[in-house]
Design a protein around this ligand. Structure first.
Ligand code: IMP
Ligand code: MG
Length: 181
C-alpha cells in the first residue's frame, strides 16, 4: 500500500498531536454545557479519527453514526442530502452535536447535513474535521475545529479511501496520481 503513495503528508505522531490538541479544545468548550455532548461520526471515513478523538476527550460524550452523501456534488448544489444511515436519537433539544468529519472538500455534504440537524432542533451543532481543503470549497463553510489545512491533493489513509482501499493505513499520504490516471 505504501508504494502507492507519492508522499506521507501527516505522520502518525502528527496525527496523535492533532487529536490531542483538538480533544483539549473540545473539552474546554463543552465542559460547562448542561446538555449532552454527542459525537456524530460520519461514516465511513471518520471512523478512525472519531475513535482516537473521543478517547482523548475527558468529559462525558455519547457516540452516534450517520452515513450521508449529497446528490449532484460537483455541480451547483442540488440541495439534496441522501441519508443511508441515520442517528438513533430523537431528543434533539437535549443534545449538543459535534459532527466529526475526515475531510472537508467542496463542503456540500457537510453544509446540507448541518442544515438538517439544525432543522431537527439540536441545541447546538458544531463541526470538527481532521483535514481541511479550503482551496476546493464550493460553499462558504468553516469548520469549528480542524486538525490541518492541506493542499488540493487526493489523500488516503487513517480512514480515508480511494475505492474503499487504504483506510487502514495509520498515517495520511498523497495517493500517487498513477493509481487513478
Ligand atoms: P465534500 O466536502 O462534500 O466535497 O465531500 C467530502 C467527502 O469527499 C469526504 O467525506 C471524503 O469522503 C471525500 N473526499 C474528499 N477529498 C478527499 C481526499 O482527498 N481523499 C479521500 N476522500 C476525499
Ligand atoms: Mg470516500
Amino acid at each position: 500500500m505504501k508504494n502507492d503513495l507519492s508522499k506521507i503528508l501527516v505522520s502518525e505522531q502528527q496525527i496523535d498531536e492533532m487529536t490531542s490538541s483538538l480533544a483539549k479544545k473540545i473539552e474546554e468548550d463543552y465542559k460547562d454545557s448542561k446538555k449532552e455532548l454527542v459525537a456524530l461520526c460520519i461514516l465511513k471515513g471518520s471512523l478512525v479519527f472519531t475513535a482516537d478523538l473521543i478517547r482523548k476527550i475527558n468529559i462525558p460524550v455519547s457516540l452516534e453514526f450517520m452515513k450521508v452523501s449529497s446528490y449532484g456534488a460537483g455541480t451547483v448544489s442540488s440541495g439534496k442530502i441522501n441519508i443511508q444511515l441515520d442517528m438513533s436519537r430523537t431528543d434533539y433539544e437535549n443534545i449538543d452535536i459535534l459532527v466529526i468529519e475526515d475531510i472537508i472538500d467542496s463542503g456540500y455534504t457537510l453544509s446540507l447535513l448541518l442544515e438538517l440537524l439544525k432543522e431537527r432542533g439540536a441545541n447546538s451543532v458544531k463541526t470538527c474535521t481532521l483535514l481541511n481543503k479550503p482551496e476546493r470549497r464550493k460553499i462558504d463553510l468553516k469548520p469549528d475545529y480542524f486538525g490541518a489545512v492541506i493542499p488540493d491533493e487526493f489523500v488516503v489513509g487513517y480512514g480515508l479511501d480511494y475505492n474503499e482501499k487504504y483506510r487502514n493505513l495509520p498515517y495520511i499520504g498523497v495517493l500517487d496520481p498513477k493509481i487513478y490516471t
